[in-house]
Ligand binder design. Structure first.
Ligand SMILES: NC(=O)c1ccc[n+]([C@@H]2O[C@H](COP(=O)([O-])OP(=O)(O)OC[C@H]3O[C@@H](n4cnc5c(N)ncnc54)[C@H](OP(=O)(O)O)[C@@H]3O)[C@@H](O)[C@H]2O)c1
Length: 227
């Protein structure tokens, strides 16, 4: 039996991923600031769990519950994320960066540290970081996909998250660590622009179920994508 925790599972890519993975027979903890917002169906083992990824007490309580109920975690998916401010260089300040990095970078590090003991007791432990192609230096360079979009904190936060994936993969050889890019996906995050949520969740689901690796990759739904 595979046990999975996904953060930010109240809606969007996280909600779809949680439901899909529960449908494969896994026990899935759907982390949400408001767990009553997690949609559950009869049948699959989808367990809403209160989890504000920016709050130490909330993360500690989630660790305790999962430890008490199942004792180990096979897959941790750090999915919760925020887009942050689109203000330009003349207006944007450190607090705008801090708000985005708090959820997109510091929180995955907090949640990973807190769940690491349970993850190391899991079978084929996997750590999936939901990143973005916007965090790819290659895809941001001239003539590439995001060359014409200037958005300061969000791409910087996902570039930082990508580097964390590279470093976690080196530091945790017993864990399969993957950064995934959902691609532009029609959720609240994009005000409905982009491909379907199922297409956006595909890379997350593939990484969560993959037990072969290699570790330290950046993938989208078509396969490896450039850092
Ligand atoms: N949509 C895209 O085009 C796209 C493309 C590339 C990457 N991504 C990444 O994919 C991930 C999911 O995005 P999405 O499109 O599904 O966005 P979304 O629909 O806006 O959902 C974001 C999720 O993150 C949760 N969240 C935010 N702050 C949180 C906190 N402090 N603690 C716990 N949960 C928190 C939200 O929970 P609440 O309901 O409590 O607010 C929500 O469940 C993000 O990391 C995003 O950067 C998205």
């Amino acid at each position: 039996m595979t046990t999975i925790l996904i953060t930010g599972a109240s809606r969007g890519i996280g909600a779809h991923t949680a439901r899909h993975l529960a449908g494969t027979g896994a026990t899935v903890y759907a982390g949400a600031r408001h767990p009553e917002h997690v949609q559950t169906d009869d049948g699959p083992d989808l367990r809403p769990i209160g989890l504000d990824v920016t709050d130490d007490a909330s993360v500690t309580a989630a660790v305790q519950r999962i430890r008490d109920e199942v004792g180990a975690l096979d897959v941790l998916v750090n999915n919760a994320g925020v887009p942050g401010s689109w203000a330009g260089p003349a207006e944007i300040g450190p607090d705008d960066f801090r708000d985005v990095f708090e959820v997109n970078v510091f929180a995955p590090a907090r949640v990973t540290r807190a769940f690491l003991p349970l993850l190391l007791r899991g079978e084929h432990p996997r750590l999936v970081m939901v990143s973005s192609g916007m965090g790819s230096l290659t895809l941001q360079s001239s003539d590439a996909t995001y060359a014409d979009i200037a958005h300061l904190p969000y791409p910087a936060s996902k570039a930082a998250l990508n580097m964390l994936v590279v470093q976690y993969a080196k530091a945790l050889p017993e864990v399969l660590v993957t950064a995934v890019d959902p691609g532009l996906t029609a959720t609240e995050f994009t005000a409905g622009s982009g491909h379907s949520v199922a297409e956006g969740a595909a890379a997350v689901i593939t990484a969560a179920l993959d037990t072969t690796g290699p570790s330290g990759r950046f993938t989208d739904r078509h396969g490896p994508t450039p850092w």
